[in-house]
Design a protein around this ligand. Structure first.
Ligand code: NAP
Ligand code: GFB
Length: 355
């Protein structure tokens, strides 16, 4: 089997294999002129945000550049759990770069119900995408983990060196272990074939095009939908759990910019956490209060403490990101919430509401 980038080894100096896994960051840019960037999971929350930034951001740093062709996949382009369907997609588009987002994704309650599906489907999707990317000599792949992969019993704040330091929280161990394997696969492809496959680790994400299923969604879109129905029907707005757990939330359009930066400028194989700072951590009650304000709900709301709280906190450090991108500005939480709620209300008839 040849290595990741070349067929004729004789006169070729592979810039990647000769570099250590991490090195000082003078300004590095992947040469992406004449590049085809394939975004798997392009129709989801994060994929649609990347498409929005590429199409609308005026800056050269995040906006579309000459010579770039961006392909945003949906599952209708092919089921990535299927090896042949995956090869057919790569054969059709011949990508030079891949942002790999496609996954079986869901909130706490869906994770707790389908741990094996989250494990198997994501292991299958990730192995098919990474191995096909290797076979098609893709120059760079950026895959997506999640801060729920980190060990549940740990010191805080969590940083990138702790990915494999002990078991994840029991509520999502299926998804968490499948996601951890991406980091292991990246290192194995790099060491054996010199591939430049890396990954990012976002905290909880929210924004337009989210999944608003009342049972399977994440907390922010779930409560947005529940609060909207409570206002519309004059029914109680009930928040699951105690409201005490803590979370860091990143706006999908901020995360999208950071994905584009990672593809163009991040050089390591090791993962990088993409998150707001520790000081921006909020409680689930704070989230409910912000949604009540954004929806304009004036009724009473309560907590159903018979439902699970899940992991109490997963406080992550974004020190590595801010060292590499010190001037990055995150959208203020309440501004991002209002934009997301407005998008939900304007598109209610067509948003994903689950089965
Ligand atoms: P999402 O909204 O549920 O979108 C999932 C995407 O994956 C959709 O485009 C879906 O296509 C595609 N997909 C799912 N199964 C597929 C399959 N078998 N074959 C082909 N495509 C398939 O997810 P998201 O929230 O944008 O998540 C994107 C990435 O971020 C995932 O890797 C997720 O693990 C990670 N992440 C998300 C969060 C969060 O809070 N949402 C936090 C951390 C990390 P269809 O639209 O056609 O179904
Ligand atoms: O976003 P979420 O579902 O997942 O948030 P995690 C769950 C927290 O919000 C729990 C509370 O403390 C719930 O008790 N909550 C309150 C609600 N009301 C609701 C509601 O209506 N819906 C939901 N879903 N929660 C997930 C992992 O963990 O984080 C996934 O399971 C993924 O694998 C995701 O990593 C980013 O933050 O607890």
């Amino acid at each position: 089997m040849g290595d990741c980038l070349t067929s004729n080894r004789s006169n070729y100096h592979n810039p990647i294999t000769s570099l250590p896994q991490s090195f000082p960051h003078h300004h590095y840019e992947q040469n992406m002129s004449h590049s085809v960037i394939l975004v798997t999971g392009g129709s989801g929350l994060v994929g649609k945000a990347i498409e929005w930034v590429i199409e609308n951001d005026p800056s050269d740093r995040y906006g579309k550049r000459d010579g770039e062709k961006w392909i945003f996949l949906t599952s209708k382009d092919g089921d990535l759990r299927d090896r042949e369907a995956t090869k057919a997609i790569f054969n059709k588009y011949k990508p030079t770069h891949v942002i790999h987002l496609a996954a079986l994704v869901g909130g706490l309650f869906k994770n707790m119900k389908y741990k094996l599906d989250f494990l198997r489907e994501n292991l299958l999707i990730n192995d098919n995408v990474l191995h096909t990317a290797y076979e098609y000599k893709v120059k760079k792949v950026v895959s997506c983990l999640s801060t729920c992969v980190f060990p549940d019993k740990t010191s805080y704040p969590i940083d990138e060196t702790m990915v494999h330091n002990g078991p994840p929280h029991e509520s999502n161990f299926g998804y968490a272990h499948a996601k951890r394997m991406i980091d292991v696969q990246n290192k194995a492809y790099h060491e054996q074939y010199g591939c430049h496959f890396t990954s990012v680790i976002p905290t909880n994400v929210f924004g337009p095009y989210d999944n608003y299923s009342l049972e399977d969604s994440h907390v922010l879109p779930g409560l947005t939908h529940k609060c909207y129905l409570a206002k519309k029907n004059g029914t109680p707005f009930v928040v699951s759990g105690t409201g005490k757990p803590l979370r860091q939330f990143i706006y999908s359009r901020d995360l999208a910019k950071l994905f584009i930066w990672t593809l163009r400028e991040y050089q390591e194989i090791d993962p990088i956490i993409l998150s707001v700072g520790e000081k921006d951590e909020v409680s689930i009650k704070d989230v409910a209060d912000a949604i009540v304000k954004a929806v304009g709900f004036t009724g009473h709301y309560s907590f159903d403490t018979t439902r699970a709280d899940g992991q109490f906190k997963k406080t992550a450090s974004n020190e590595k990101l801010m060292r590499l991108l010190p001037d990055f500005e995150f959208t203020p939480f309440d501004v991002a919430i209002q934009e997301s709620v407005n998008w939900f209300l304007e598109n209610y008839n067509t948003v994903r509401k689950g089965h």
